[in-house]
Design a protein around this ligand. Structure first.
Ligand code: ADP
Length: 329
């Protein structure tokens, strides 16, 4: 039996459904990411699990027990938001100890647990500071410590890194994952950022318009998208309808296809003749736009040396292995 089973979950706002049939099973210790465009229902699903938003119908079983009738306080679930939501008039240690005070944990016990958890998020030297004396990344680590200190059965993270700059975001990503692994804590993470989802998750649950489109590990979602939405959302796939695909490949193709830009090889001996229209340097990758049989393709090439950079207008050959062509429904 799964640690968490979400069954036939329904939620509407004033008659407009956000989702009408969500079914999701999560194993103990799994790190799941809900990924999808803004407005697809990720936060609502998370808030329903936390009990902050009531559901219309369906069940959320945690360890065999239905959470739906329980108050948020009874659920023993930790939650971290994008906005930190720290108490400004409390120090770091007071913020972290707050949940323990509510649980009437003894002062000695509380002090020990707060100190342990601050060590875990590497904030032991900041215990006496106030939120306005901390950076955004440090505030978010306090918020994380505050939700971990109560030893929740489940951790929910709602876009916790979105307000932070790129370097801090990367570091905190690794830190969150390391802590989650160390504690073996079942975690549901919400993001609209594909890189975050691909690098952090045991499993990605891709959502669109209130529905689960695909669920699988990063490799599966990246290399085997189930439909055009999945291919368009993850990676930078070239998405071609059947007619355009037939023109590109010079043979009949009867479905939409998706080709990853890095799966196309530029080579002088390539079977297809093309011309470089433009290029942009993305650092370790050069992204070309290439015109082939009247079709514009995006092609990514590893930037190994100056010799890899080809000028616009250059005639090139292209190879597209059959295995690199994904036929979509
Ligand atoms: P996401 O987290 O994927 O961006 P949300 O779960 O926040 O999406 O929102 C899903 C849909 O529900 C959106 O269309 C949003 O406008 C709507 N919605 C969210 N919260 C409320 C609310 N409190 N009242 C009415 N509509 C809401």
């Amino acid at each position: 039996m799964s640690f968490i089973s979400i069954e036939k979950l329904q939620k509407s706002y004033t008659g407009t459904p956000v989702f009408s049939d969500i079914n999701l099973h999560i194993d103990k210790g799994e790190f799941i990411t809900l990924l999808g465009p803004s407005g697809c229902g990720k936060s609502t699903l998370l808030r329903c699990i936390a009990g902050l938003t009531p559901v219309d119908s369906g069940r959320i079983l945690l360890d065999g027990q239905d959470l739906v009738p329980q108050t948020p306080q009874k659920r023993n679930i930790g939650m971290v938001f994008q906005s930190y939501a720290l108490f400004p008039n409390m120090s770091v240690e007071q913020n972290v100890a707050f949940g323990l005070r509510m649980q009437k944990v003894s002062a000695d016990d509380s002090q020990r647990r707060v100190s342990e958890i601050l060590q875990l998020v590497e904030l032991q030297d900041f215990a006496k500071r106030y939120p306005h004396q901390l950076s955004g990344g440090q505030c978010q680590r306090v918020a994380l410590a505050r939700s971990l200190v109560t030893r929740p059965r489940l951790l929910l993270l709602d876009e916790p890194l979105s307000a932070l700059d790129a370097r801090i975001r990367k570091h905190l990503r690794e830190q969150i994952r390391a802590i989650q692994r160390e504690l073996g804590l079942t975690t549901i993470f919400v993001t609209h950022d594909q890189e975050e989802a691909l690098t952090m998750s045991d499993r990605i649950v891709l959502m669109n318009q209130g529905q689960i489109v695909q669920s699988g590990d990063a490799e599966t979602l990246y290399t085997a998208p189930v439909d055009a939405f999945a291919a368009g959302f993850i990676g930078n796939y070239n998405l071609l309808d059947a007619q355009t695909a037939s023109r590109l490949l010079q043979r009949p193709v009867d479905s939409r296809i998706a080709i990853r830009p890095e799966a196309i090889e530029l080579s002088s001996s390539g079977e297809l003749a093309g011309e470089i229209v433009s290029h942009s340097l993305l650092g370790n990758v050069i992204r070309y736009r290439v015109q082939v049989n009247g079709v514009a393709l995006v092609v990514d090439v590893l930037n190994r040396s100056a010799a890899d950079l080809q000028p616009d207008g250059q005639a090139v050959g292209l190879n597209i292995e059959p295995a690199a062509i994904r036929h979509l429904q």
